[in-house]
Design a protein around this ligand. Structure first.
Ligand code: ATP
Ligand code: MG
Length: 288
């Protein structure tokens, strides 16, 4: 409740995202550490708060060791002179940071580690999809690692709220990069749920390819494309080539994820049975 939010003590800034800042916070009463995501909502409308409220209900329903727990969502209750307000998401603290942080340090990951990432994300998606939730924002910065080295999916729902408040052509670029072809093109997808689930699988494919090649696979390192260029690359380019050096299992797995036609793409159930995610299933250590 509001009362206990006001008793959170900010210890450090953990990162910045789309209009959001993440703090490491201390909750005195329970002697626990949490992560607090403070999201600035620019066009402050009742719609946004209403949507945030709906998302909060979904977030609280989600309870799985594969998903970063969101304990509470609250709005600041005050609006500044620019008609902007703040939304707070109190989350499980993930000590190990994000897959993005890991890629910044190591650039590439060995296939054994990529296989573990794939398995964890598929299991997480399997849970979300079984509760009829489409994540819609699978990307390295939303895959977080705890102190035990376990990887979990974060930030679904949050992204929906952000999407509704941002200019999609500018602020949302970071997230667009992992979006599937059908999400850009109404002719390819009528919006049904199955297609939504398939979009999460595409995003996973891009993430895994990025872990393998060491940079976002659709653009050259250092390039900063505008929204239209990025969209063309996703929908039409054949630059999603998988390196020759990859194992046959990796190639086969990623090509199933990156099938442009979502109806032909691998489903979560199919991919969970794929040899690529089962070859290292006995070895713990990488991402749980
Ligand atoms: P988006 O708003 O689309 O999710 P983003 O993922 O880039 O964008 P944030 O979600 O704001 O941005 O997160 C920024 C960074 O903060 C993450 O990359 C991660 O390093 C850190 N972070 C986020 N959530 C947590 C958490 N629960 N525990 C620990 N660190 C976190
Ligand atoms: Mg995030």
């Amino acid at each position: 409740d509001v009362e206990s939010f006001s008793k959170l003590e900010k210890l450090a800034v953990l990162g910045h995202g789309n209009g959001a800042t993440i703090y490491k916070v201390w909750h005195c009463q329970t002697a626990s550490i949490y992560a607090l995501k403070v999201l600035r909502v620019d066009q402050h409308t009742t719609d946004v708060w209403q949507q945030a409220g709906q998302e909060a209900e979904i977030l609280k329903r989600v309870d799985s060791p594969l998903i970063v727990k969101c304990h509470a969502v609250l709005n600041s209750g005050c609006i500044d002179s620019d008609n902007a307000g703040e939304l707070y998401f109190l989350m499980e603290y993930m000590e190990g940071g994000s897959l993005q942080d890991i890629l910044c340090i190591h650039r590439k990951l060995p296939e054994e580690a990529i296989s573990r990432v794939a398995r964890r994300v598929l299991e997480g998606l399997c849970y979300l999809h079984s509760t009829k939730i489409v994540h819609r924002d699978i990307k390295p910065s939303n895959l977080l690692i705890n102190s035990k080295g376990e990887l979990k999916i974060a930030d679904f729902g949050v992204s929906q709220v952000v999407a509704s408040t941002c200019d999609p052509h500018v602020s949302y670029l970071g997230t667009c990069a992992y979006m599937s072809p059908e999400r850009f093109d109404p002719e390819r997808w009528d919006g049904d749920k199955e297609g939504g689930f398939a979009g999460d699988v595409w995003s996973l494919g891009i993430v895994l390819l990025e872990c393998h090649v060491g940079h976002f696979p659709l653009i050259s390192p250092g390039e900063t494309p505008d929204w239209a260029t990025l969209m063309c690359a996703i929908c039409f380019s054949d630059r999603l080539e998988i390196p020759e050096t990859a194992s046959p299992e990796f190639k086969s797995f990623v090509s199933r994820c990156l099938e442009k036609d979502w109806r032909a793409r691998g489903t979560v159930d199919e991919l969970l049975r794929h040899p690529f995610v089962n070859k290292s299933s006995g070895t713990k250590g990488w991402f749980g």
